[in-house]
Design a protein around this ligand. Structure first.
Ligand code: GDP
Length: 297
């Protein structure tokens, strides 16, 4: 669907200097194409602009290597800069879950894939890291969401906190903590209520749960196909609740991953995992190289 950026750039460079160093004009011309590619990949305009400016400073004056074309060289510089921006500190996908039972708070809008991601991550922690995990749904307004987590728990063989009617989210969080301690669990995951939009009640509820659970990780689940909206959601959740990492879902879709770059550039939060489908094993560690390749096309 999209023309490959390297091909597009080599067209531009055919008309330009083929030897010596990359001149400012060469780089500018090439970066115009890069900016278009970033925007097509759904990177937000201010982020694309800042990114291109930073790359321009880095690329201008660089010696042109004989073995590759100037176009390929600019693509490499851009690719390296993308990887650098996308990379978080520490090992990708690492979670602070020492000192059992470690609480993980899952937050996000309804429909973002929060419950699915909670179960996927529980499965990963169980099977890959050998952790004993307890999951609890705090979505008291949507009994279907609570049942969904029970069903997923059965399916993947991970325990869920029994549903007790009439409890509020804070009571459920406290019960999860007690059960996790008594039951010898390593991790307990709190799947908070989601709503279609961020509103005061949603934030107040998540903040109250955060205050009793004192989570080791607060993971924000966002739909990777929603571009700029995903970034706005992340900024707001981080301001109001405090987020330690992001999970981008629906990265198996048609989107080209630009939300990941905007997310990192704007919020500075590490993207820990990506969701790549509806199945329970469709969760992977976030890999900057892969997303960079996808953004560049
Ligand atoms: P919640 O309301 O945020 O808890 O959202 P759910 O976990 O119920 O997910 C909503 C829908 O999105 C479900 O049909 C999931 O199977 C689907 N979903 C979740 N994550 C992904 C993903 O990474 N890729 C795809 N294609 N679908 C996903």
């Amino acid at each position: 669907m999209f023309e490959n950026l390297s091909e597009r750039l080599s067209g531009v460079f055919d008309r330009l200097t083929k030897q010596g160093a990359l001149s400012e004009d060469d780089v500018k011309t090439a970066l115009r194409e890069v900016r278009v590619a970033l925007l097509e990949a759904d990177v937000s305009l201010p982020v694309a602009r800042d990114f291109v400016k930073a790359v321009q400073e880095k690329a201008t004056g660089q010696a042109v290597t004989k073995s590759i074309t100037p176009g390929q060289q600019v693509v490499k510089i851009v690719n390296d800069a993308l990887v650098e921006t996308l990379s978080g500190e520490g090992e990708p996908g690492a979670l602070k879950i020492d000192n059992p039972p470690a609480p993980i708070l899952m937050v996000g809008l309804q429909g973002s894939g929060k419950t699915t991601t909670t179960a996927k991550l529980a499965k990963r922690l169980t099977e890959r890291d050998g952790k004993r995990v307890l999951m609890a749904s705090l979505d008291v307004n949507r009994p279907a969401a609570m049942e969904q987590l029970q069903i997923l728990g059965k399916q993947i063989g991970v325990d869920t906190l029994p549903i007790v009617k009439g409890e509020d989210p804070v009571q459920i969080a406290k019960r999860a903590k007690t059960q996790a301690s008594l039951g010898g669990y390593d991790v307990y995951m709190l799947d908070t209520a989601g709503r279609l939009h961020i509103d005061e009640e949603l934030i107040a509820q998540a903040a109250a749960v955060r205050d009793v659970a004192n989570p080791r990780e607060t993971l924000l689940v966002v739909d990777g196909l929603t571009g700029q909206d995903a970034v706005n959601v992340a900024t707001e959740f981080d301001d109001k609740i405090g987020v330690t990492g992001v999970v981008l879902t629906r990265m198996d879709g048609d989107g080209r991953g630009g939300a990941a770059l905007s997310m990192r550039a704007v919020t500075g939060k590490p993207i820990k995992f990506v969701g790549l489908g509806e199945k329970m094993d469709a969760l992977e560690t976030f890999e900057p190289e892969r997303i960079a390749g996808r953004i560049l096309g």
